[in-house]
Design a protein around this ligand. Sequence first.
Ligand code: ADP
Ligand code: UDP
Length: 240
Amino acid sequence: MEKRQELYRGKAKTVYATDDPNLLVMHYRDDTSAFDGAKVAQLAQKGETNNKINAFVMQKLAGTGVPTHFIRVLNERESLVRALKMIPVECVVRNVCAGSMAKRYGIPEGTLLPEPIFEFFYKSDALHDPLVNDDHIRVLGWATASEIAEMKKLTHQVNAVLKPLFADAGIDLVDYKLEFGHAKDDPNGPLLLGDEFTPDGCRLWDRSTAEKLDKDRFRRDLGNVIEKYREVAQRIGAPL
Ligand code: ADP
Ligand code: UDP
């Protein structure tokens, strides 16, 4: 496998083509951003830390039958993945009320939800990722009814694997965001989990102290962002 030209530079990762049109290199940069790119910074060791946490989590998920794009780690900051045609929605599951849900409905952050709540957001920085429902997605042609059902099923399935994984490390999985797509070489095949699972895209609270161990440390200027990401890795047993 040979790394070729840069295809896309996102806010945190750069995607490269390879000599195989069905494979991509995901390069995890130290860049971090919040509020749709309005707040940005470089955090030393972020790229390598997230590359390793993502690899660990993706492999755990694959081991329980969640289909993912992840193939293998290539080096400190890069992993090889299957090229996907991404569905332009973000799938969020919440176990505890926080962030935009707390604001939207005027519910205090930390309110325990009696069962997980699923939300879709349309992936558009320009529109600030608006909340959308199944009809918006289906009627506007972003995904079919069966893809919608599959994204919900898989996102809940991830909760069933990761909630206990973090709980065993004394960490509450408050909420998280997933993205899905179809493999370029299997457009009619099953949906695969794409992008990443790292503390950048979820909320993790220490069970006994309620300390935040995720990107809210950056959003809310709490400091020690990567120190806490690395603490998460160490506590869940992800090799750094
Ligand atoms: P953003 O685009 O939100 O700034 P990133 O900096 O993380 O985010 O860039 C990664 C981009 O790559 C995202 O747009 C994501 O949807 C996309 N992506 C993730 N996994 C794959 C994949 N397997 N194939 C193609 N694109 C992917
Ligand atoms: N999230 C994300 N990318 C986004 C929006 C949200 O990874 O573009 C994650 C976020 O880190 C949190 C969950 O999805 O774990 C729910 O985010 P929320 O809707 O509360 O938005 P926020 O207030 O975090 O922007």
